[in-house]
Design a binder for this molecule. Sequence first.
Ligand SMILES: Cc1cc2nc3c(=O)[nH]c(=O)nc-3n(C[C@H](O)[C@H](O)[C@H](O)COP(=O)(O)O)c2cc1C
Length: 222
Amino acid sequence: MSIMNTLFDLGLVKDRIFETIVSTYDSNGEPNAAPMGVMTDGVQRLIIEPYITTQTYRNLVLHRCAVVNITSEPVIYYETSFKEDDPDKRAFLNLFEKADLINAPRLRDADAYIEVKVRQIDVKKGRAKVLCGIEKVYPVAKIPPKAYCRAPFAVIESIIHATKIKVFLSNGEKERTKELINLVKHYGVLVRKTAPDSVYTNMMKGILEKIEAWTKAKKRFT
Ligand SMILES: Cc1cc2nc3c(=O)[nH]c(=O)nc-3n(C[C@H](O)[C@H](O)[C@H](O)COP(=O)(O)O)c2cc1C
């Protein structure tokens, strides 16, 4: 196993957004995780930008630390985005183990971890800018090469759109909602074509069903 100890070694370069899963403890010490985009300022610091309505934001304020989990596995994005699918949280809690240096959980199945401590939090228009110092960067194992398939990436894009659709729907932003629903439908076709009858088609089905349920619920209450 090679030794990696900088963000650069994990491919995190300045001024690009990288999708990760940020894991934290809540006020009861229960693990939480949510997909979040992160950026580095190039000097071994990470910026996380959670909306202040998220549990992740509240946990970062409370404990001032987190694990930034590196993975491109769509199932992990799905499970940590749609936590309401698992109300007793049994399967969800099983995703975690303790981090090495800080008071936060990490995801067992991630490819690499960045343990961070919060240095500064600024909030503007409902979104926080959380500047974090790096405590530890470490890979789980050398990741074998993977041939490119369009389906996993289409699923992750669809999950990102779904989390936005939920917000746009509740804000009554019809045009933006419609635009994103069309994109998710497009990815649905792509996934069926490139990975028929797979875990990816199942997740796309789940995403489209959720969007339909949110849309129906919105219509019922308006
Ligand atoms: C790939 C991806 C990236 C995301 N990035 C962010 C982000 O940077 N900030 C944010 O507030 N939400 C982001 N989201 C949406 C949150 O993950 C989503 O709102 C989640 O439900 C928050 O969970 P929590 O309340 O447990 O923190 C992202 C979603 C996905 C799928």
